[in-house]
Design a protein around this ligand. Structure first.
Ligand code: AMP
Ligand code: ZN
Ligand code: FE
Ligand code: FE
Length: 287
């Protein structure tokens, strides 16, 4: 059984529509895929409607958080998407992405890159707008050669010349809210140092004491030594260790199923969840 618990669609900054994503997940030989768009669950309905037979969808989101000035991402699975308090927080984070993107565009214009909100809004479509969309605009303009070349201190990296913070959740609040909505939390790529500063291991221990369920161990932004360290930490702290692709379609190089989660760990996540059930694709031919 192949389980990939972290992917993005056009509902945030991926390039596959939710329907394309589930079709591609089945074609990649996955049995279970989680749709975890940044700060939104808006892609779930279309993913469910297009779910191929044999593929199970885990509904989720990747919540933008900040702790002691350090940005981090919290994966949330199988929560009740209608629970009002968590819904309000997702909306606050998602909606603040628009003025924040406009502020980054203003900085880029001052730096001589002729990017406009119209261009970025076209690229983002109705997805929650983020730096990858702005990065793509810079590629279109020829300012940088690739999306990842835009994530440097000169441009959009954390603390970079054109970087602007957005509203983000306190991760302790995120864990509490997700739990109250019946969901399960997994700290995404906790030691992805190439993206910027990361929190110390002591913070992971404190988050665990506050109810964190797991950490993402196998991820493209962790080298083998980092994965080994995180696996040890998961054992020491009693955390579930997951693996996933963090697929973004053509906006990142990783492919679906590049890293996967042990089916037993996946089973434990589903046992702990009470806010929503995994959705199995319809079984019959022609479904
Ligand atoms: P935002 O949520 O708007 O701050 O954008 C963060 C997103 O940018 C992350 O979720 C990644 O998808 C992407 N990202 C961060 N660092 C990089 C990088 N070095 N190269 C490419 N994409 C990145
Ligand atoms: Zn993303
Ligand atoms: Fe992330
Ligand atoms: Fe992600």
């Amino acid at each position: 059984m192949r389980v990939d618990l972290h992917t993005h669609s056009t509902a945030s900054d991926g390039t596959d529509t939710p329907a394309e994503l589930v079709r591609n997940a089945a074609a990649a030989g996955l049995d279970v895929v989680a749709l975890t768009d940044h700060d939104t669950t808006r892609g779930h309905a279309a993913a469910i409607a297009a779910l191929p037979p044999g593929l199970t969808l885990v509904t989720g989101a990747e919540l933008s958080c900040r702790l002691g000035g350090v940005g981090l991402h919290m994966l949330a699975y199988l929560f009740d998407a209608d629970e009002p308090e968590l819904l309000r927080e997702r909306e606050l984070v998602r909606d603040d992405r628009v003025p924040r993107a406009q502020a980054m565009i203003g900085k880029l214009q001052e730096l001589g890159a002729p990017v406009t909100w119209e261009q970025v809004a076209r690229i983002a479509g109705d997805g929650s707008v983020g730096r990858p969309h702005i990065a793509e605009a810079l590629v279109e303009l020829g300012t940088v050669r690739s999306v990842s070349d835009a994530f440097t201190p000169d441009w959009l990296a954390d603390g970079g010349r054109a970087y602007v913070e957005k509203h983000e959740l306190d991760p302790f609040d995120a864990i509490r809210l997700v739990k109250a909505a019946g969901g399960v939390t997994v700290f995404a790529h906790p030691l992805a140092v190439k993206r910027g500063e990361v929190v110390p291991e002591s913070a992971i221990a404190e988050l665990t004491a506050a109810g964190l369920d797991g950490i993402e161990v196998d991820h493209m932004d962790h080298d083998p030594a980092t994965r080994a360290r995180l696996r040890g930490l998961a054992t020491d702290l009693g955390l579930l260790a997951t693996g996933s692709s963090d697929y973004h379609g053509s906006r990142k190089t990783c492919v679906l199923g590049e890293f996967t989660t042990d089916p037993e760990i996946y089973g434990e996540i589903t046992r702990r969840a009470a806010g929503a059930f995994p959705v199995p694709g319809a079984g019959g031919p022609g479904a």
